[in-house]
Write a protein of this length. Sequence first.
Length: 579
Amino acid sequence: MNRFPRGERSLGRAPRRLFGGYGPLLAMAVAFVLVVTLVPTVGREQIVVTAQSGDPTAATPAVPGVASSTTAGTAARPGPRSPLAGSATAASGGPRAGSGAPLTAAAGPCADRRVQVVGDPYSPPCVAWAASSDNGGATYSGVTKDTIKISFRQPVEEISDLFGVVRQLAGDKADKVPSFTTADVERTIGDYVTYFNRNFQFYGRKLELVNWQGKGSILNEFQGAGQEAAQADAIRAAKELKVFADISALTQPYADSLTRQGVLNVGAPYLSQQWFAAHAPYSWSPNPDCTSLMHSVAQYLNRRVFGYPASHAGPGLLDKPRKVGVIAPDNPEYQQCTDSGVRIMNAAGNKVTRYSYTLDLSRFSDQANNLAAKVKADGITTVVLLTDPLVPLLMSSRLSQQQYYPEWVECGTALIDYDELGQLYDPAQWKHAFGISEWGQQQPQGASFAYAAAKSVDPNHEPIFGAEYFYNLMYVLATGIQTAGPHLTPQSFQTGMRAYPGGTGHQGTWAYPDGTWTPERDAREIWWDPEATSVANHAPGRWNSTETRYRPDAWPTGPAAPQQLQLLAHDATTPPERR
């Protein structure tokens, strides 16, 4: 197979190497999430979105709910709950403000509701606070008594480049890659600003969003370059735009730079707990940190994969003693997290074969060939994917060409646990896929909280596909602002997040106990069913689950995904013409 041609032009001072750099963000680009952030930038002016004077401040009717899942067999409840023993909840008087004082000490919760959004399982509490009370005024840069200024940086890339690359890689599945316009993206983000202004108190303040054109290249920043432009953008955000927070900190260089400028930032890409600790209290993300993720993956493998035969594998490997191979990008941050997981597995007496690859799209085809050849030559029965979504896309077809059918263990990285991506992979391979997901069951586009939130303030427009990610960015920010109390600073934001009661719902269990800056606290076991219809796009192929959720150290002992074995047994006895 021919290598994908390297682009001719350069971005900034670094050579153009599409998607080179940080794996999970590469994944988001391919998996419809980061694609929508790389919008055309020609002629864009700075746009400020503020709350309209007529916006209601009381809660709107509850957005459509979803079926609750369970955590280690315990049913979840709507509204806030303490999802973890030891999560930060006040001993009396309810959740505490950033100052440490009980938010509900005097008059109790709001007269009309106990939470900000009734029916939303992640909603923080609604606090008794009179609108005429003093909120401290200008408590931090970007904060006044009336507003909280936040920003979304637009990079220099052209979205046409990304769509062309993704569609070439997707081949005959290219029609599944959606398209958007700049106006669509900006409108959807603006809708979420309006939604949270309407539904959260914010102690007399309103969010004010600035969409602005940056000098930085996300593509350069992904590959570890572009620090100079990222720093210039962060300085502009802090000194010229004077924002309190930025919700587009989707690369490590930009998040680093914003932190140095004292700007709270949301979106860091699957970085380690050590990285977040060094950036506290400024950096937060809806993406799991890779340290916590690897802890859960390692314990899952120890208890449900190692010590059992390869019962999910295909012909030639079925029921052989498992030989496990782990694939991860070769950049230091993700290798550090992989190291931590391997130590947990080694401590339990389990061994793995490690493989790495470089996140350079121009080399992906060759690297996929090499990885497939090594996996087969080493007799690997079980491939553990700590990768972007292109690795299984390319490797699955290569291994089918070689008639080699291992098990695939999906670990919840980079949206590989989304139905839409599984439908792109070689079906002869992917029917042997199982693993874990920190997210909850996917919802139909029109039934998600993100969709309902956007439509509740903008009924005449459809939110962009992938709007859930922008909703999550905003939800992390809104939660911290709400739980911080009236005196808003990055420090009170962090203290408030520690006090957030958390909740379990459509995206798993969320909370921010000490030592964490990302919300995911548990995961569920999933397995691929090629015959089932996805509720996300009504196409064949979906991830199934019992929806029981487990904390990293609470995975049960026993063969992984026994339900999938029934599907594989049925497939083995069904004539090919009827499959």
